[in-house]
Design a protein around this ligand. Structure first.
Ligand SMILES: *[C@@H]1O[C@H](CO)[C@@H](O)[C@H](O)[C@H]1NC(C)=O
Ligand SMILES: *[C@@H]1O[C@H](CO)[C@@H](O)[C@H](O)[C@H]1NC(C)=O
Ligand SMILES: *[C@@H]1O[C@H](CO)[C@@H](O)[C@H](O)[C@H]1NC(C)=O
Length: 315
């Protein structure tokens, strides 16, 4: 009988102790501290200090509110990829979609316990994103020079500046298309060194990064392109020679049919009443010439001479 009240007392005190532990624990789950935004090149991250807790793994959830919703005191957007996460940062790039002031909050969770929402010290506007110049590399293939620019996302366009080394006063500037990261330098001369610099322009907030470091490269005069040029030249020369040969052949044929036959056809056959004396002299001269140059043509000459003698008889 004496044990019974003691047992009750023990049970009650255990319950009390448990209750007090639970209540102190709930009060102890503190809100995340040192909340700040890290935003560069239009990628936005919310950070906070991790909370140490013996009871279990601490998880975090993040929510965001745009300017309009904040003024209306309505909905919060619970960031999908940042619900009950163990990391102590959250990528809120997708949620920060316009150039307005955003409120961001984070809370801690252990099991079913949840802390209060802790808020960012000041509202965030993405126009405050830090813009760092892109990494730029030269890539040369033969005489052509190409710039490879770090991809910073669809929000960016690049301004490229380039010049021939030693002619810095003649800087060529070009605005690239949105999303493009490869730039071909125009009119580069082989053997010369070219330098370039790039600015990244964030379209949604109309702001420029500072200029990238200067990169330089020499356009080589040799290599693939000059070999190609050589082959093309050779082909051109061959085609030219073929055409020249064809033209000369044509010319020779035209000359042969337009001049030479006229000299060989006896004029007497065409014009029987022309002066015989002139024809006679003409034939004699022709014969003498042919005989003296080519003895094998003697036959022709004799025939012609025969012709001539026939004609003289006729006189
Ligand atoms: C953050 O989100 C943006 C948009 O979805 C994405 O482009 C970027 O790569 C993400 N950053 C990291 C570190 O995952
Ligand atoms: C960003 O926009 C806010 C207005 O929403 C303006 O007060 C602030 O000066 C802007 N900051 C920059 C860096 O453009
Ligand atoms: C960004 O740089 C380009 C090229 O120098 C310039 O034309 C443009 O006005 C600049 N924009 C801003 C907002 O500074």
């Amino acid at each position: 009988m004496g044990f019974f009240p003691f047992y009750i007392f023990l049970e009650v005190s255990v319950v009390m102790v448990c209750a007090s532990v639970t209540s102190t624990e709930q009060a102890k789950l503190s809100t995340p501290r040192n909340i700040y935004m890290n935003s560069s090149n239009m990628k936005h991250y919310l950070h906070w200090d991790p909370i140490l807790n013996d009871e279990g793994t601490v998880k975090y959830s993040v929510r965001v509110q745009g300017e309009y919703e904040r003024i209306q005191n309505t909905d919060w957007t619970y960031v999908d990829i940042c619900q009950s996460i163990t990391a102590h940062w959250c990528n809120v790039t997708e949620e920060i979609a316009t150039n307005v002031q955003y409120e961001l909050q984070v809370r801690a969770e252990v099991g079913s316990q949840k802390s209060d929402w802790a808020k960012l010290g000041q509202l965030f506007n993405r126009n405050a994103s830090i813009l760092t110049p892109p990494a730029v590399k030269f890539h040369s293939l033969g005489q052509a020079l190409t710039l490879k620019i770090e991809y910073l996302g669809r929000n960016f366009v690049y301004f490229v500046f380039y010049w021939k080394k030693g002619a810095e006063e003649k800087v060529v500037s070009k605005k690239m298309n949105r999303g493009d990261t490869i730039f071909h330098l125009e009119n580069v001369e082989g053997g010369y060194e070219y330098c370039a610099q790039v600015i990244a322009h964030a379209v949604p907030i109309s702001r420029n990064s500072s200029k990238s470091t200067v990169v330089c490269a020499t356009a080589t005069g040799s290599g693939l392109s000059s070999l190609t040029i050589g082959l093309i030249s050779l082909f051109g020369i061959i085609v030219g020679l073929v055409f020249l040969y064809a033209f000369l052949r044509y010319l020779v044929l035209v000359m042969r049919y337009s001049c030479c036959p006229q000299g060989k056809i006896p004029e007497t056959l065409k014009e029987p009443f022309s002066s015989q004396k002139i024809i006679r002299h003409h034939f004699l001269e022709d014969c003498e010439k042919i005989t003296s140059i080519e003895p094998s043509h003697q036959m022709t000459c004799e025939v012609t001479a025969q012709d001539y003698s026939d004609k003289t008889q006729f006189l």
